[in-house]
Design a protein around this ligand. Structure first.
Ligand code: URA
Length: 253
């Protein structure tokens, strides 16, 4: 690529970022580690870096991002088959952000993540942890429903990744819970099975991440063991959060 072409691509990229409300890009991890720095690089001199943005500014930027997502057509098949995009729901600065795989038929119809059968079970898991759905943030690796609910492809996850990263930057959850292998693998760039990944904490840009089974898997595999394991994972989360573990007779069912 010539220098001119590179400049053109870079300019287009920066303009896309600006339209999405992106104010800074973090330094590449290695440079930050080498220089022992954690401060973000300011991309637009006239805007405050997101680290100093107020709650209101971040809420607004999140709305701008949701609008940008609505018009995204990077994944041609998904854009052609979706009813609507499904951005994410919940407050900024939550204790927990749950990340699923992709919207299903109910979510595609209603425009909100986890509103179908898996969502009902997720609500019970959240309640069993002593939290309310309204106090956590919920989103997916993909913002569009893959036809027939197939597993998201790597190129689709890569296309949607900037939206996920920006969402997490603006929402700033204290903890992240990945529901199922797609969320765990794509967020943490891993190829391990969810059975191997669950039960311990990982790091995403300084945020502790716990991985556990997807509620849809619990519904398909109606045996006590995976439910017990999800509850073990949630107890791990609550302990790390410093929250009490509510009495639950046999885990969320
Ligand atoms: N499954 C997911 O992974 N996400 C949803 O939003 C619904 C079902």
């Amino acid at each position: 690529m010539s220098e001119d072409q590179f400049r053109k691509h870079l300019r287009a990229y920066v303009e896309r970022c600006q339209r999405a409300g992106i104010e800074f890009v973090p330094r590449p991890r290695t440079a930050a580690v080498e220089n022992n720095e954690t401060t973000p690089v300011t991309l637009f001199a006239d805007q405050p870096p997101v680290t100093s943005a107020t709650v209101e500014e971040r809420r607004k930027a999140l709305q701008l991002l949701a609008d940008e997502v609505k018009s995204c057509t990077k994944c041609k098949e998904l854009a052609a088959t979706r009813t609507q995009t499904v951005f994410g729901v919940g407050p900024v600065d939550p204790d927990v952000c749950f990340i699923g795989e992709a919207p299903g038929a109910d979510e595609d119809r209603q425009g909100e993540p986890f509103v179908g059968a898996a969502g009902q079970l997720l609500n019970r898991i959240i309640a069993a942890c002593g939290m309310k759905r309204e106090e956590v943030f919920i989103c997916n690796i993909l913002r569009c429903r893959p036809p027939g609910n197939r597993t998201p492809r790597a190129d689709e996850a890569a296309n949607c990744r900037p939206f996920l990263e920006r969402t997490l930057e603006l929402v700033r959850p204290r903890f992240i819970v990945c529901l199922g292998a797609s969320a765990a693998n794509y967020l943490l760039d891993s190829k391990l099975s969810i059975g191997k990944m669950r039960g311990k904490f990982y790091d995403y840009r300084g945020i502790p991440v716990l991985c556990t089974f997807h509620p849809a898997y619990l519904l398909r595999n109606n045996t006590p063991e995976p439910r017990r394991q999800v509850w073990e994972d949630m107890k791990l989360l609550l302990t790390r959060m410093g929250r009490p573990i509510p009495e639950v007779r046999r885990g969320p069912s």
